[in-house]
Design a protein around this ligand. Structure first.
Ligand code: COA
Length: 195
């Protein structure tokens, strides 16, 4: 089984959804080819007003996908619409391939943020990595948000150019890991920010 599906009952309806049903199902599932346009649009909308965004996130996802480096790509679907997306891609450690992954970009449609969709995507993505026996996951983001998923300030790992307080790691196995991290070249025009 290589598929994680979360079915969460949510009682919500706000634009762009017009239904008033209170039993809509939020599904977290792997992306398909049919989701690509919606993921692009949703990601662009989510980062439109982001203070640190250079509006390159949709292009990064495209680049990862085109390179076969979109190792885990999950969408959140509600009432037939794509309302969230998360990407994970392999990272290199001191220039060598690793079984660690970078989280990001992650995005939720603006009208449905702060009701748990981002958290559901992150939990499902991390569970998928664990299922695949990944070594761990790193991201650039705010510890205040990501510590709830188990992320801590990266110990022994360095991401050049990124202050250590924003470079976070979640090891899945016990034992020290050290090295200089590099994200996939698809991130080269932007910092691999997760939040
Ligand atoms: C970041 C994002 C994916 C979170 O998804 P979400 O569905 O809104 O988040 P959840 O509802 O699961 O969690 C909400 C919590 O996250 C916090 N939060 C959301 N974004 C945050 C951020 N960038 N930094 C710190 N905390 C954040 C909220 O304050 C809230 O905290 P609380 O539970 O203590 O009240 C979403 O807000 C988003 O798409 N933002 C724009 C794009 C972005 O910044 N992506 C991350 C960079 S790649």
């Amino acid at each position: 089984m290589d598929r994680i599906v979360f079915n969460v009952l949510v009682s919500l309806m706000s634009p762009p959804f017009t239904s008033t049903a209170s039993d809509s199902i939020l599904s977290i599932r792997p992306e398909t080819v049919d989701d690509i346009d919606a993921v692009t649009q949703m990601t662009t909308a989510a980062f439109l007003d982001h203070p640190y965004s250079r509006q390159t996130e949709a292009a990064i996802i495209f680049g990862l996908r085109a390179s076969g480096a979109l190792a885990v790509s999950l969408v959140a679907e509600l009432s037939g619409g794509i309302v969230g997306h998360i990407a994970f891609s392999p990272i290199r450690l001191s220039g060598e391939a690793s079984n660690w992954f970078g989280l990001g970009p992650v995005a939720v449609i603006p009208s449905l943020q702060r009701i748990g969709i981002g958290s559901a995507l992150i939990h499902a993505g991390l569970a998928t990595l664990r299922f695949r026996n990944a070594g761990g996951c790193v991201l650039v983001g705010d510890l205040g948000y990501y510590r709830r998923f188990g992320f801590v300030q990266a110990q022994g790992l360095v991401l050049p150019g990124v202050p250590s307080e924003y470079f976070l790691a979640l090891p899945f196995a016990i034992g020290p890991i050290v090295g200089e991290v590099s994200f996939h070249p698809a991130f080269d025009n932007d910092a691999p920010a997760a939040g």
